[in-house]
Design a protein around this ligand. Sequence first.
Ligand SMILES: C[S@@+](CC[C@H](N)C(=O)[O-])C[C@H]1O[C@@H](n2cnc3c(N)ncnc32)[C@H](O)[C@@H]1O
Length: 467
Amino acid sequence: MSTNTQTYDIKIDSLGAQGDGVGTLPDGRRAFVSGTLAGETVRARVQDEKPDGVFCAVVEVLEPAANRMAAPCPHYDRCGGCAIQHMDDASYSNFKMDAVRRALDQHGLEPETMDGPFISAPGTRRRATMAMYRSGQRVLIGFNERRSRSIVDLQTCLVLKPRLVALVPALRALGLTLLESGHGMDITMMSGDGDAVDLVFRPWKKTQNKHAQKNRQARNRKEPKLKQKQIDGPSLAILEALYDFANEHDIARIRWQDGFDKPDDLTPVADRAPFTVTLGGHMVRPSPGAFLQATEDGQAALTEVVLSGVGDARNIVDLYAGCGTFALALLRDKRHVTAVEGWRPAIDALSRAASELGGVLDTAHRDLVDDPLNAKELKDFDAVVIDPPRVGAKDQMREIANANVRTVVSVSCNPATFARDGAILKDAGFKLTHLRVVDQFLWSTHVELVGVFVNQNYVTPPRLNRG
Ligand SMILES: C[S@@+](CC[C@H](N)C(=O)[O-])C[C@H]1O[C@@H](n2cnc3c(N)ncnc32)[C@H](O)[C@@H]1O
């Protein structure tokens, strides 16, 4: 049975974690309707049926909620980049705070104080990955449509830095040279000091093109049959086009990456100017496509809690240090900081910056999942800063819990793993003294947080007692 013309009038009871309104269909199944709010009645069309519920698109809001707001972006009805632009400011803040509170409650964590959300301003996000796809003479560039791999052709974006948005029309034109019809690629953009731009172009594999094709056919568009030839490395024509693009649009650095499975296999295309980022007052040259906190003001909000959290600690280890966002900010008052990171290009960038700092910053390349720092290694540090990827750092946290560490500042982009790992500290006698919620991904359902855990069982080692 075809379901995509079926409509229902649905009463929305609550908002789900992905920002969809949740209601119940007449047959008792759960319905998820994007762009709706609790308390509304909407007419919605079925888009997709999954075992966990039926996903629907709004056809009409029959009874709007009082906290409904007109979404500011013209792409909002389709673009998957944003999920919650249609609510007033208070509801938006509550959505982000509630997401964190729910995760904390699940693990019995209660911060003594909590602040936020600190919300990054529109037009400040400094990194993004867009998709680009060519069909005949048409090139689409932008983010994926909600629950789909189709691309919403981006005319504007209220979230990204204007410098990055301004490149989109020129990238679209460049797509005619870079792509054959039926092919696509991802473009990772990063903006650094003085609006310097770093671009990494990553052609899709054959299978990804097939997905795009299948999706477009499902959407019933009449397109010519697609050619499924794999792009193998940049041709001379592509290299020249990218180089000219760099000159014309003042791009600091361009790299070409062959394949998602080879993140370090980058072909240098253009190095017109140093691509630098200032972290903690120190200049770093991050490798192409490196992790950076998404916004500068969000980074400052996280760093503020990291600094106040470690207090007067003298010897600090920064785990999952990246290019040194926190390690470099911690370098003050003659402290000693050790930065540990698993991605070679990031720690190399930080080591280069550290070499100019006279021995106050040590760096180590180490996989913290396979080989977490053990309690014996941790005993030399009086504070730990830890900022793992979304999966968290369960094993590393167990080692920290067993060590005699006074303070742990835990930074996270995932409330669920933050709370799970935080509970390991709580069970070992740490108290969550402060928590800040930071929203660097404006109008999305993502949320970041930083918590300060203080060890109630800390024993001051004799060597720190000497004077
Ligand atoms: C959320 S980022 C934080 C980076 C840094 N703290 C910052 O704020 O810029 C997580 C970092 O963990 C690193 N990472 C991921 N898996 C790792 C592993 N198994 N061992 C060590 N580092 C890892 C990533 O390369 C990335 O730099």
